[in-house]
Design a protein around this ligand. Sequence first.
Ligand code: MG
Length: 337
Amino acid sequence: MTTYISLNHGSGGRASQQLISKMFLKYFNNEYLNQLTDSAIIESEKSHFAFTTDGYVVEPIFFPGGNIGKLAVCGTVNDLAVTGAIPKFLSTSFIIEEGFSMDDLEKIVATMSHEARQTGVSIVTGDTKVVPKGKCDKIFISTAGIGILPETYRWIASGRKVKIGDKLIINGTVGDHSIAILSARESLQFESSIISDCAPLNHLIQQALDICPDIAFMRDVTRGGLATVVNELAEMTGLGIMLHENSIPVNENTMGICELFGFDPLYLANEGKVLMVVPSEKATEVVNCLKKNEYGKQAAIIGEVVEQHPSKVVLETITGGKRLLEMPTGVLLPRIC
Ligand code: MG
């Protein structure tokens, strides 16, 4: 490991993985944490719980399509929902810089309340700390969440049900969140109509589970983008993944800005996207179900689990070529969520 923490350690990519395995897992090591699932799955006498936590440091705190409070609720709800759990309770902890506007705080808190109602979770506990001016940047929020996990979905988070032939599905365009944040940054003023995809996915996921209880795996596609999540899937299952670039939905404007800045949308962050792995014969039915939900209108089958290249992801490009799609090694944009 390096001597100092760098921005790369917060990227969600390879450096983040190393920090987790060589620092946090080394000391916190236990059977629940070691699974590295979106939420820990905890057994009690009668049932299973999903339990997760996240910190939000997005800059700027207000951006097209949302604000830090919307991210804080949706991000934690989505981490619970992708395990198959029904999100129930959230905690929220605010670290606020002295001098922060009370009006802005109220906007953020009102958004959190709205999102909590929309998703059906209750914010049941919280904490507030204020630090002297200059000791944090405006406001940071941490939320933890608990959901109830039906026995049927016990293994979704683990990926152990994934098999060769299964199809990969995404519920819409990739990369919009990163571009929305980028366009909102004062230092990078350019015109963009792109809004963040930040959204709670628990109802969409529940609808998909209702028609296809044997969804083999789900993960929300956040920091590090689709390329990261698909690589995590390949590594955790030891199976090969083939992605088809021309099937992956990308907003035309997002693509335009990616070309301008030299970004690959497959590595950009999302806040309202879920990757699903489903048995081949159910794939079309699941896509049609997702399309009926407002957060799944552009859902598509984007690839499949294959026998070739175990633990690796291969992208069939728009031009028909094939290349290895690797895990990102550096940070593209810090403080994206
Ligand atoms: Mg996640």
